[in-house]
Write a protein that binds this ligand. Sequence first.
Ligand SMILES: [Zn+2]
Length: 393
Amino acid sequence: MKNWKKTSIWTTVILIAILIGAFYIFNLSISIPSGDIEFSPKNEITSIDSEFLGPKPKNIIIFIADGMGFGHLSLAMQTQQSENTPSVWNSFDMKGWHDARSAYGSLTDSEASATAMATGTSTNFGHIGIDQDENPLKNIFEIASDQGYSTGIVTDSYVWDGTPAAFSSHIRNEDDARNILTQIAASEIDLLFGELEDVGENDVPEEEESFEILKKRFTMLDPTLEIPSNARSKPIAAIFKEDEIQDMSSTPNLLQCTQTALTYMSAQNKPFALLVECEELDSASHENDSKRVLNGLESIQQTLTHILKFAEQNGETLVIFTGDHETGGLAAVSDFNNYPKLQIRWSTKSHTAAVVPLFAFGPGASFFADVNRNWEIGNKMIQILLSNEQEDE
Ligand SMILES: [Zn+2]
């Protein structure tokens, strides 16, 4: 073989070896198995130093969108804004995020995250209104009631579900519906709108028994949500069947329930604290049901638009909007063959470790700008409730 031929063969072999090597190294650098990423527990701070300095909001509304992460928010922004109309998502005074991890690790469930937000203390999976050692924690509604507030819960889920339960009960077993309903009836909560689910199964009482428990505190409204004139200053409840409140096509929907709740609360002649929960995104994302996610986002947008309008006109209402965790690892993607149409892609049917949106509007909104963890939201709401500044009358 001639010398120049030998040289060119060797050059080709070396080049191929370099290319294979580079490909191998490149591949190695991007394919870190997820199990190898270490969880950083981050030091558990149990109290924060910053003090709330006025102006103190008279009312507090916390809106929790169960399972909503930045992927869901991005999808809402990309699909909901019609031309020349300002998006509800642009209307907040403060836009931030929080890390919703539980005391146990990088993931959380609704029970642990809602408890952190309701009580200002990080806790474990399945812990409702109790700390890691199962000691009861005072929640913001109990503190608000002590301060002369009326309090209310509106949810499109069942009333003993993790999120509403964290604001009304103290219990280890999230399936003990009878116990949670009994605790709700023994609480100081003035308004309760939501559903029942799995009636008659395991620890879930039949509808009739559930109503008997709730009637100990509440005047029960009929499905029209009409408040009888003799009940306008009494605790009221409206209880619907499973999945009866789902999206904007439901009767009632989350918007109608929230409208009635705000009318009732503002007629009480005292400050109020209200929880509004949209659970739709979590259920939809667990099933990777993209259509249902879009319907859930529509329900959130319309309800939130009404709440922000109320807060703007009222002028003394702080609105906090957030998720309790992200579900599904949702991403809105687009490819250039079908541009600019969007596709929804999912990475799991479970909860993810993603940080979630945290927005605030109204007096006190900027107090939430330096939040890092979910429990700080509860801690800050408690500081507002306990601050000595006189509210404007
Ligand atoms: Zn979930």
